[in-house]
Design a protein around this ligand. Sequence first.
Ligand code: FES
Length: 172
Amino acid sequence: MNSETKTKASKKKAAVLKSDTNGKLDQIFDLYPREEDSLIMILQEVQDRLNWLPPEALDRVADELNVPRARVQGVATFYRAFSLEPRGEKVIKVCLGTACHVRGAQILVDELERRLDLKVSHGCTKDGRFSLETVNCVGACAMAPAIVVNENYYANVKPDKLDKMLKKEQQS
Ligand code: FES
């Protein structure tokens, strides 16, 4: 594919994604009263459906609810549940709490960054499948080091188990 064709394809893809985003936002606005009291619930719905809060979604929320854009940004920034960076469908959380750290969790982070070509807390893989985060303790210290991918727990993870874990998560 030459570069002109690639540019056209990526513009087309961006247009499709944008219309898809607007369609999802339309559905969300139909669910709640268009008033400031709905702000957090609407942001939560946007986060659930898009996996993050894109700037154009925040613009639209501000317009539809007639709330200052700065207020919407403030709420989106305040709550940890909201992500202002693209998030993958699956969020890989590597525990870096003490028990996991002393059992080599940082090596798992480094390996995952390398294998996924991704930095911790910075966006998602090119296919939109995975994001990578670190957390302090997932309550599985006896099985350290631990990784959680969405709802799935992986215990006693070693670097040579990562491929198997990624493959399983890729397929589910
Ligand atoms: S420190 Fe990792 S599960 Fe508790």
